[in-house]
Design a binder for this molecule. Structure first.
Ligand SMILES: Nc1ncnc2c1ncn2[C@@H]1O[C@H](COP(=O)(O)OP(=O)(O)OP(=O)(O)O)[C@@H](O)[C@H]1O
Ligand SMILES: [Mg+2]
Length: 243
């Protein structure tokens, strides 16, 4: 069995297909598909303006699609709003992640767990066990942390809902290469705990080094997709990424 056969035999935790969507004017996305398996890290790559964030916004229900379907497990969830989707196990880290600066790390996590129906203190402990540095800084105000640590707070807060699948829009934007690497390691760790991860990224090299699967978007359409390491080795990929 080839690797793509193995991929196809698993039921995706998230699948968008035939997505046509945009703002005023002609559609930005045309017949776009993306699929995320449980415990897999999938990245969406593409040049500026390719439509990556637009696709994320359609999936999370912030932007309505003109056509297409979004499946969360077996359920077509297109048309549901962000709050309903969060309750169904979909988490979202926007491109501009806002944390509460004047609150402590712990308070930020408590806010993130506002809708969590399980044992909140236990969930906080679980999330701190994924982010030990944050556990040490739990009583510090987010504003006092470095930019990299603040990004970790945003990630940790997103996980408070104990999602089945998470969409992260450029989680390493503006971070040093060293801290970007640490964010990727944390993303991979969450993947290893069973969460399907869909990450939008500009830095294709770093993304493909960590991802299982990659989708390249160009001008609002699927260009190439497949095993991330195989794609990283293909020559045409670089040309698509610069647009
Ligand atoms: N709120 C909006 N209203 C109108 N047009 C928008 C809006 N947001 C994005 N666009 C347009 O949609 C297209 C795709 O934008 P999108 O933000 O999805 O790209 P992206 O791939 O995420 O780019 P980047 O890598 O710069 O984040 C662009 O042409 C952009 O100008
Ligand atoms: Mg974007």
């Amino acid at each position: 069995m080839t690797q793509s056969d193995a991929h196809n035999s698993v039921t995706p935790i998230l699948r968008a297909e035939g997505i046509v969507a945009g703002y005023d004017g002609p559609p930005i996305l045309n017949d776009v598909e993306v699929s995320v398996n449980p415990a897999e890290l999938t990245v969406i790559l593409g040049p500026n303006g390719a439509g990556k964030s637009t696709l994320a916004k359609v999936i999370i229900g912030l932007l309505s699609a003109k056509e297409g379907k979004v499946f969360l497990g077996d359920e077509n969830v297109l048309g549901l709003g962000p709050h309903q989707l969060v309750r169904k196990g979909l988490a979202y880290l926007p491109q501009v992640a806002n944390i509460f600066d004047e609150m402590t790390v712990l308070e930020n996590l408590e806010m993130g767990g506002f809708t969590y129906r399980g044992d909140l203190p236990q969930r906080i402990q679980e999330v701190f066990s994924i982010f030990p540095d944050l556990a040490d800084a739990r009583h510090r105000k987010a504003a006092q942390l470095s930019g990299g640590q603040q990004r970790m707070v945003a990630l940790a807060r997103m996980l408070m809902t104990d999602p089945k699948v998470a969409i992260l829009d450029e989680p390493t934007a503006g971070l040093s290469p060293l801290y970007s690497e640490r964010v990727w390691q944390q993303v991979a760790r969450v993947r290893d705990m069973g969460v399907g991860m869909l990450v939008v990224e500009q830095n294709a090299k770093m993304a493909m080094a960590h991802a299982d699967r990659a989708y390249l978007l160009a001008q609002g359409r699927n260009a190439i997709s497949g095993n991330a390491k195989e794609l990283a080795a293909r020559e045409e990929v670089a040309a698509i990424l610069v647009g």
